[in-house]
Write a protein that binds this ligand. Structure first.
Ligand SMILES: [Zn+2]
Length: 502
């Protein structure tokens, strides 16, 4: 058995360029930062990419050195100091352990920092510079990554999740590490990249069914046939305003020509089905009217994914609330939002107090997102609850001190920091049973479906503006090229890049 020494590290954050709040050190600290032995203790045995890498190296009889793991919530672009800390620590471990056979990294792939549009490309290229050309660099990424040319050139292998909703973190880390190990053992593998000038709303596809699931099946089939060793299909999350971005296909195989052919085939199919990635959107007042007429006894769900914290928005918009109140405010409605300033106001006023409150806009600092209402403080909470699932069932959630307010027939859950926006416990824990409401507002992209589909009379996506808008025309792209689908008729199609092979 070949002896090998591998450095393993992690830096994951999905950046939303339209969120005005920079993600800081404290935000990463809250989600967990682990170094060295501590990283192994925290992640060994967990269903995560890093553990998949640990496992693969162990199985191959190699030695791994855990460097540092840093995770942040989806949110605004990352403070430069945060990524500097990650790189300084990782490069210091590399310095100490050199020479190493490989560096395996768990990344998100769509991370923007204050100074770098392509955070993951910059991370990979700096690690390549230090580790040298002989070290094998393998990375796992989110399906929503923006796999740039710099990432592709700096890493030997990149593997993306095959599932959306994502459930294959461990498997993806394992795949990336296995490819890295095979290369260290002397196998020649080429990685081909095809880029597509397109972005599509994240809520318009899934790997559970439909045209995107069929595309994944085709990739699996190519692997099962032995034509290629691995494939990934990346649909860049569309809230990233960068000058180099878009969807991408990666194929990895022993035969460069075959890998190229498979990449071309997958890219052409993704391009062909681009028009199928559409969501039908309704205005808030149309959805209110559906809820008024609904006699089923079940609630109508209004989805405002443009303000989803899972997609990196602030979750502090009261625009939909304002529109619901403008409809007359007589619909029995459940609504939640982030508003630390309002939580403080409500705690100062105390349970039972009735007064004028400003709701919304306190996280993003955008007054235009707020509504001024007369409300009664119903209850006050510490904001800790266990998730109902199915995703993350039983996991502890902390949304910070929380207040429940009533504005006429509308009940508001006001949190300091929303977590698990698609989990009904975000209402139930605070005494609001979604099933008893006519209209329930959910700020999430896809995560809510498993929980809400069974109890709802209907689920309707609202055509709202916000940092994570489904209607991409509502986003103010400044850097993304104007030759992109769906913004132009001047559509260019897939571009096959040359093979990355030595
Ligand atoms: Zn994702």
């Amino acid at each position: 058995m070949l002896e090998m020494k591998i450095i393993i590290g992690e830096f994951r954050q999905e950046s939303n360029s339209f969120n005005p709040v920079t993600e800081k050190w404290e935000d990463f600290f809250r989600c967990g930062i682990y170094e060295g032995k501590q990283m192994e203790e925290a992640l060994k045995g967990e269903p995560c990419a890093v553990n998949g890498m640990f496992q693969a190296v162990e199985e191959a009889g190699g030695t791994y050195v855990p460097a540092v793991s840093m995770n942040g919530d989806s949110g605004g672009i990352v403070d430069q100091e945060v990524v500097k800390v990650f790189l300084d620590k990782t490069l210091a471990v590399l310095d100490k352990e050199m020479p190493v056979d490989g560096v395996f990294l768990s990344l998100h792939g769509a991370t923007q920092t204050v100074e770098w549009e392509d955070g993951c490309g910059e991370i990979l290229s700096r690690i390549r510079e230090k580790a040298g050309e002989r070290a094998v660099i393998a990375a796992s990424c989110d399906l929503h990554a923006n796999v740039t040319e710099l990432m592709w050139k700096s890493a030997d292998f990149i593997c993306g999740y095959h599932t959306y909703p994502h459930v294959d973190f461990y498997e993806t880390g394992y795949r990336a590490a296995r490819l890295g190990i095979q290369a260290i053992q002397g196998k020649k593998l080429a990685m081909v990249r095809s880029e597509l000038p397109m972005i599509v709303p994240a809520s318009s596809y899934t790997t559970l069914r439909g045209s995107f699931a069929e595309l994944m099946e085709k990739g699996d089939w190519m692997v099962n046939q032995g034509r290629i060793t691995d494939y990934s299909i990346f649909q860049m999350q569309p809230w990233l305003d960068v000058s180099c971005g878009g969807s991408a296909i990666l194929t990895i195989g022993e035969e460069p020509k075959e890998a190229e052919e498979c990449a071309r085939c997958l890219a052409e199919q993704l391009w062909e089905i681009r028009h199928s990635f559409r969501s039908s959107l309704l205005s808030v007042s149309e959805i209110c009217r559906i809820a008024q007429k609904n006699q089923s006894g079940k609630p109508v769900i209004l989805v405002d994914s443009s303000d989803s914290t899972n997609a990196g928005a602030c979750g502090d918009s009261a625009v939909v609330l304002r529109e619901i109140l403008a409809e007359g405010g007589n619909l029995k409605t459940a609504f939640y939002l982030n508003d630390p300033a309002l939580v403080e106001d409500a705690f100062r006023a105390g349970v039972g107090a009735e007064k004028e409150f400003v709701v919304g806009g306190s996280v993003s600092g955008k007054r235009g997102l707020s509504a001024t209402v007369t409300a009664v403080v119903r209850s006050l909470h510490d904001g800790r609850f266990h998730r109902e699932g199915p995703a993350g069932k039983g996991m502890l959630c902390n949304v910070g001190t929380t207040a429940v307010l009533s504005v006429g027939a509308v009940d508001l859950v006001v949190c300091q920091a929303i977590a698990a926006p698609g989990d009904p416990q975000l209402y139930r824990h605070f005494g609001i049973e979604p099933g008893e409401y006519q209209l329930v507002v959910v700020k999430a992209c896809t995560s809510y479906r498993a929980s809400y589909e069974g109890m709802a009379a209907g689920i309707y996506e609202a055509d709202t503006a916000g940092a994570a808008a489904v209607n991409l025309d509502k986003l103010m792209f400044r850097r993304l090229p104007k030759t992109f689908f769906p913004f132009t008729n001047q559509e260019l199609g897939p571009v096959l890049c040359s093979v990355n092979c030595d």
